[in-house]
Design a protein around this ligand. Structure first.
Ligand code: UN1
Length: 476
């Protein structure tokens, strides 16, 4: 049984939960401790107590620890990637890629710890100097989703530690394994007791306690809009710092002048890889009506070649849906789309394979109207809808006609339209001739409108959330 990590010790929880492989329900992954109120209390106390010293720790110590963690994650890429593919269901190459990204994130923030900058200014009053410095926030509660079982915990934990914070990590219940493996590596990196704590368990116990407890100074959350809204309300009520990454309904615009191969590659990758289970997935394909028929024909040809199956099998392009409840949601939206008159041009059916897994053929709907429910709500599955556009202006208007604003993509060979789109797309990230999903780890990540709230994650921008400013005046 894999235990909780609290105050430098491995401890049992209040219960045990067993995880299974979504590619093969007969494959039991492991038993994980489920934290109860008592263990959460211990972790809160430990993190609070450790914070007093850790906030004054040297940056070399932090950089060394993060470098060591990154190096071990990198060395064990294949083993950890196999675990990730088993517990979440993304294909082995995708899973190994994600582990590599987690390693790179730790190494990046090892260096960022050495670059914590401040400002020195002259006071407007004679004989006084002003210093503006950055300090740790204190104790950070991290609530991570299931779709990036190691990269998202890494991109929240690494900056939290780099900038001198203590951490309580609550991974998603479906995928505790990758966070447990990461915690085990962190436990040997030389951090003082209580600086990093792992609390596997349910949101209603662990998450609720973290968002409501005054000993937690800040909450970094990635997950659904509904949970994110509850997290925000709880944090606002006690004025805790909070950042939220939530849903997307990301558009990929394909103009008539686009290179067709580039557009189809971006759409296939962005809509269906990782089984469409990315908040950056392109679920609305907004296509100029002059290229519409050719685009749809090319998409169907590519979709026919995609192999859906067991995530660990060689040559598989798309693994299973993560679990029964996500599969039910995908199937429900497929039915809604059919009922509201969208034409199913490809896929959408359950697939049987040798193993008992949640396999779903990627679905492409065409002739979609932007008022249809399935084109407005996040499905989080391998489902994309083609919406025809009259021209660039119409496509831009359709792209922005959403409550979300995470990523927005365009495929075009026109510098004029690419530039205009970069300026006018209402999204935190814009992609020109590349998929809307799959981002770099050293630059800011985040959205506008209903997708995100609070300071940006990743890259040098992470310093905003994980530190607070102090202005000091010295009379000399
Ligand atoms: C990516 O597309 O590379 O939950 C990352 C998500 C996002 C991460 C996407 N927070 O899908």
């Amino acid at each position: 049984m894999k235990q909780l990590y609290i105050n430098g010790q491995w401890l049992d929880g209040a219960a045990i939960s067993t995880t299974r492989n979504p590619s093969d329900r007969s494959d039991v992954i492991d038993d994980y401790a489920v934290a109860g109120a008592m263990q959460v209390e211990m972790a809160l106390e430990a993190a609070r107590a450790a914070s007093e010293n850790w906030r004054h720790s040297g940056v070399q110590q932090r950089a060394d620890a993060l470098e060591k963690i990154g190096a071990e994650i990198s060395e064990r890429k294949t083993e950890l990637g196999t675990l990730l593919a088993r517990e979440e269901g993304k294909t082995l190459p995708e899973a190994i890629g994600e582990v590599g990204r987690a390693a790179a994130i730790f190494k990046f923030f090892a260096q960022e710890a050495l670059r914590i900058r401040g400002d020195k200014l002259a006071s407007v009053r004679p004989g006084i100097e002003v210093d503006v410095t950055r300090e740790p926030v204190g104790v950070v509660g991290i609530i991570a989703p299931w779709n990036f079982p190691i990269a998202i915990p890494a991109w929240k934990v690494a900056p939290a530690l780099a900038y001198g914070n203590c951490v309580l990590l609550k991974p998603a219940e479906l995928v505790p394994g990758c966070s447990w493996a990461m915690a085990e590596i962190i436990s040997r990196a030389g951090l003082p007791e209580g600086v990093f704590n792992l609390l596997t368990g349910p949101g209603r116990v662990v998450g609720e306690a973290m968002v409501n407890d005054r000993r937690v100074d800040a909450i970094s959350f990635t997950g659904s809009v509904s949970t994110g809204s509850r997290v925000l309300a709880a944090c606002a009520a006690r004025r805790a710092k909070v950042q939220l990454e939530m849903g997307g309904k990301n558009p990929l615009v394909v103009l008539a002048d686009a290179d067709l191969d580039t557009a189809v590659n971006a759409a296939i990758q962005g809509s269906f890889f990782s089984t469409g289970q990315r908040c950056t997935a392109s679920s609305r394909l907004i296509v100029d009506e002059n290229i519409h028929a050719a685009f749809v024909a090319a998409m169907i040809a590519r979709l026919k070649q995609l192999k859906v199956g067991h995530a660990l099998q060689a040559g598989i392009d798309i693994g299973p849906v993560v679990d029964q409840s996500q599969l039910d949601q995908d199937l429900r939206y497929l039915q809604i789309a059919k009922d509201e008159g969208a034409r199913l041009a490809f896929g959408g059916e359950r697939l049987q394979r040798e193993t008992d897994g949640y396999f779903l053929n990627p679905a492409l709907f065409v002739d979609c109207d932007p008022a249809m429910q399935h084109t407005r709500e996040e499905i989080f599955g391998p489902v994309a809808s083609v919406i025809p556009a009259k021209n660039y202006e119409h496509a831009l208007q359709l792209a922005n006609d959403t409550e979300f604003g995470l990523t927005a993509g365009i495929c075009t060979t026109s510098l004029k339209y690419a530039t205009h789109f970069k300026r006018h797309a209402r999204a935190g990230m814009v992609m020109v001739n590349v998929p809307t999903a799959g981002v770099d780890y050293h630059v800011p990540f985040g959205g506008s409108k209903g997708s995100s709230y609070g300071a940006r994650e990743q890259g040098s921008a992470a310093v905003e959330f994980f530190t607070t400013m102090k202005t000091s005046y010295t009379g000399c």
